[in-house]
Design a binder for this molecule. Structure first.
Ligand SMILES: N[C@@H](CCC(=O)N[C@@H](CS)C(=O)NCC(=O)O)C(=O)O
Length: 196
C-alpha cells in the first residue's frame, strides 16, 4: 500500500500532509496545481488535494484526513461515540464558519471570473470570521486541543484555516487562538509537512 499526495503545499493539501506526518506514514508526492491537465487525470473537477491509495483516488481534504485518522486509529475518537459526535461538531463548525468564509473571500478575489467578483463582500467576511474564531475559542475553553487533551481532526482544520486567514490578509487578533495556533505549529509533524 502506497499513499501519494497531490497538490501544492500552499493549498488545503497541507491538511493531508500534516495528517500523514502526524501518523508517521510515508508518502509520495506530486505538486500539480489546480485546474491543470495533469491534475484532471486524477480529479476531473481540477481541485486539490487528491490522495491516491493504490488504485483509489480520494478527494476533499476533510474526508481524506478523517479517513486516514480512522484507518490508523489516531487523532480521532472512534465512530459511534459521544466524543466522536463532539469532535465532528467541531469539524462541521470549522467547515461552515471558517473554511466557507475564507473560500468565499478567495472566490471573490481570484477564483470567480472577474465580472462575477464582488470585492466589497470581503469586509463582511473578515468581520464574520473574527466572530467565528471567538466562538470556536469559547467552545474550546482552556484545554490544549479543541476536544480536550487529545489532538483530533478538527485541530488540523482550525490551524490550517488560521494560517490561510493570515495569508489572505484577514485580521487574526484573538489571543487565545494565536496561542493555540503557535503551540500546534511547533509540532514536529507540522514543521515536516511545511517543508514537504
Ligand atoms: N472541499 C474541498 C475543496 C477543494 C478546493 O476547492 N481546493 C482548492 C485549493 S485549496 C482548489 O483546488 N481550487 C481550484 C478550483 O476551485 O478551481 C477540500 O476540502 O478538499
Amino acid at each position: 500500500m502506497t499513499y501519494t499526495v497531490i497538490g501544492p503545499t500552499t493549498t488545503r493539501t497541507f491538511r493531508v500532509l500534516w495528517m500523514l506526518e502526524e501518523l508517521g506514514q510515508s508518502y509520495d508526492r506530486f505538486t500539480h496545481a489546480p485546474q491543470t491537465e495533469e491534475l484532471r487525470k486524477f480529479n476531473p473537477a481540477g481541485k486539490v488535494p487528491v490522495l491516491l491509495e493504490d488504485d483509489a483516488a480520494l478527494t476533499d481534504s476533510t474526508a481524506i484526513i478523517q479517513y486516514l485518522a480512522d484507518k490508523h486509529g489516531a487523532l480521532t475518537y472512534p465512530a459511534g461515540t459521544i466524543d466522536r459526535a463532539r469532535q465532528d461538531g467541531f469539524t462541521h463548525f470549522i467547515l461552515d464558519e471558517l473554511d466557507a468564509t475564507l473560500w468565499t473571500a478567495a472566490r471573490h478575489t481570484f477564483v470567480l471570473p472577474k465580472e462575477k467578483r464582488i470585492p466589497e463582500v470581503k469586509q463582511s467576511l473578515k468581520w464574520e470570521f473574527e466572530q467565528s474564531v471567538t466562538e470556536l475559542m469559547r467552545r474550546k475553553g482552556d484545554a490544549p486541543f479543541l476536544t480536550g487533551d487529545r489532538m483530533t481532526v478538527p485541530d488540523i482544520l482550525a490551524i490550517h484555516c488560521g494560517s490561510w486567514a493570515v495569508a489572505a490578509g484577514f485580521p487574526m487578533e484573538n489571543s487565545a487562538f494565536r496561542a493555540y495556533a503557535k503551540s500546534l505549529r511547533n509540532r514536529p509533524a507540522y514543521v515536516r509537512a511545511s517543508a514537504a
